[in-house]
Design a protein around this ligand. Structure first.
Ligand code: NAP
Length: 320
């Protein structure tokens, strides 16, 4: 009997590939930077028993319906808004993600983005490299304090909680809004539950850490930005789709909020002509939340473990 076929949609670590090759026939899209073309993905998925996918691959009804051998889609991300999970269920395909292994790394980046935005670090770097530093002045590149301010976290899941932990080291007052209230976490981390409205009103920093779902799509829009303090700083390292980017642009332009730190965008990758990039008040990153060498390796290994388990007839390690 021929070995099950595993298709990997982006170039990943040789060690992980070798580990899969001990058990399966493995093929991989060889590009590191380039998304696998749709026709190639459909063709490979049609033969595959497992796909190790990235958040840039659309795993939809069309793909799932034609992939009759497919047993598992192992997404190398904790978010899975690129996968039609209901369609996968209908076609009896198991979907897995990579939770936990990226929590601390993404929280580190989220807090770094908060700090960089508040203290205007990219502007300061450009200033010195642009040879603009000619003297000292009282308000030169003056930013906003972080310590003792109120941080409002929307979506107090694994990463949201890890961000809260970091904030306590800065003596921040942490409030949160979440779909379900988490009283155990409140006492453990000293965070306080508020309504979404109250959080918008009270927070000096609003950090979004929800998944992208029909409920969270466009959650941050004209109405929500207008409810925030005009000194508020908005940080998003969840998914770009939770923000109405036109509304964010206007909120910043018109001074309804002070600044924004964004790791994610609605249609990635964005070009340098994206309107938000024209604003000094925006610190933008190219979706690098979980991007440390250690964590990316752990994510690859976990996705591969899920594939091995499912193709061997066992339960997945991290099913959705
Ligand atoms: P998680 O543990 O599942 O946490 C998500 C939290 O959001 C949960 O507490 C959930 O509430 C809450 N939530 C869901 N829908 C909500 C809604 N409509 N209103 C309010 N709260 C809601 O996931 P995580 O590991 O923390 O990751 C969160 C998201 O971050 C991922 O889905 C992904 O999109 C994004 N992410 C981005 C990067 C990056 O590179 N920038 C890296 C990793 C993750 P319940 O407790 O009620 O379910």
């Amino acid at each position: 009997m021929s070995k099950p076929f595993v298709y990997i949609t982006r170039k990943i670590s040789n060690d992980v590939v070798k580990g899969l090759e001990e058990h399966f026939t493995v093929e991989m899209w060889q590009e590191e930077e380039e998304v696998v073309p749709r026709d190639v993905l459909l063709n490979k998925a049609n033969q595959a028993h497992a796909i190790l996918s990235m958040l840039t691959d659309s795993i939809d009804e069309e793909l799932l319906a034609q992939s009759t051998n497919l047993k598992i889609v192992a997404n190398m991300a904790v978010g899975y808004d690129n996968i039609d999970v209901n369609a996968a269920r209908r076609h009896q395909v198991i979907v897995t993600n990579t939770p936990d292994v990226l929590t601390d790394t993404t929280a580190d980046l989220t807090f770094a983005l908060l700090m960089a935005t508040a203290r205007r670090l990219p502007e300061a770097v450009d200033y010195i490299k642009g040879d603009l530093w000619k003297s000292w002045s009282p308000y030169m590149l003056a930013g906003s304090d972080i310590h003792h301010k109120t941080l409002g976290i929307v979506g107090l899941g694994s990463i949201g909680q890890a961000v809260a932990k970091r904030a306590t080291g800065f003596d921040m007052n942490v409030i949160y809004y979440n779909r379900s209230r988490k009283e155990d976490v409140e006492s453990q981390l000293g965070v306080q539950y508020t309504s979404f409205e109250e959080l918008l009103k009270q927070s000096d920093f609003v950090v979004c850490m929800t998944p992208l779902t029909p409920e969270t799509e466009g959650l941050f829009n004209k109405e929500t930005f207008h409810k925030m303090k005009d000194t508020a700083i908005f940080i998003n390292s969840s998914r770009g789709g939770v923000v109405n980017e036109d509304d964010l642009y206007h909120a910043l332009k018109q001074g309804h909020i002070k600044a924004a730190g964004l790791d994610v965008f609605r249609n990635e990758p964005i070009g340098a002509d994206h309107p938000l990039l024209s604003l000094n008040e925006v610190v933008a990153l190219p979706h690098i939340g979980s991007s440390s060498i250690e964590t990316r390796s752990e994510m690859m290994k976990l996705a591969a473990r899920n594939i091995k388990k499912v193709l061997n007839g066992d339960d997945a390690v991290t099913p959705i």
